[in-house]
Design a protein around this ligand. Sequence first.
Ligand code: AMP
Ligand code: FE
Ligand code: FE
Ligand code: ZN
Length: 288
Amino acid sequence: MGVDLHTHTTASDGSDSPAELVSAAAALGLSAVAVTDHDTTEGLAEAEAAASRAGIEVVRGLELSLEWGRGAMHLLVLLIEDRHYLSSRLVRVREGRTRRNLEVVELLRSLGMDVTLEEVREEGGSGTIGRPHFASLLVKKGYAPDIPAAFDLYLGRGRPAYVERFRLGPAEAIAAAHAAGGVAVLAHPLTLGVEGGRLSAVLEELSEQGLDGMEAYYGAYDPPTRRSLIELARRHGLVPSGGSDYHGRFKPDVKLGTGRGDLLVPDEVLAELRAAVAARRSPAPHRA
Ligand code: AMP
Ligand code: FE
Ligand code: FE
Ligand code: ZN
């Protein structure tokens, strides 16, 4: 019972391999788990192979950081049909990440820290290298007490080792999600840095650009917040989606499936997202 539509593996900044994550999700009794690594679909093949053995459904996904002036706007692409197409649309994003990573190493070194890209790569294994891998290395070397502190001290936006990277704009990303046969879901909407009427206005604009859903059942939100986000999603005609944002040891307080312990994302959420895909394929005649 229940699904988890937001997780990370060793293909990006999670610490479970795709196969480990899928068997853990099956052991929890989840009916489906979405693998949503940052900027990459590289973990999906292994996850799908493991799913057929474990008796759980894997939802093909990916998470993108979008161009947005304030806090963080992240988009989940779920139910990806054509992952090769989507991947080809993200070449520039991945190149921008590689360049950014080089610049972060230089900044950390100029701040007097003895770190190399090679060492960061060892934290990341074979997957996409992201800031949590830098954070983990800084902790290991004694430059920060823990991962959140490494972000607060150096890696977070506006901190001394923060470097911008190329990101897609919302309209472009939503269009790419649809072209790949999937749905576009706004992740953790409270990181946008806007609330109330201004959040509604942003949701209105994203809906016009084709946004299909928004996370409401999110691991880090308390139950009243989840309830108000479900309502907000409904008001904008968006599917209230949900997931834990599990990262394994890179976010040790977040558990697969249950988030901070009390999360349960109903199976119906996934059914509604599927209905959104179907509706796009065969739009009702009166709406065409
Ligand atoms: P990147 O895509 O490499 O820029 O890294 C972004 C990832 O870093 C996010 O998806 C989170 O996993 C993590 N992250 C961002 N901000 C923080 C923070 N303040 N504390 C802990 N992890 C963070
Ligand atoms: Fe992450
Ligand atoms: Fe995110
Ligand atoms: Zn995430």
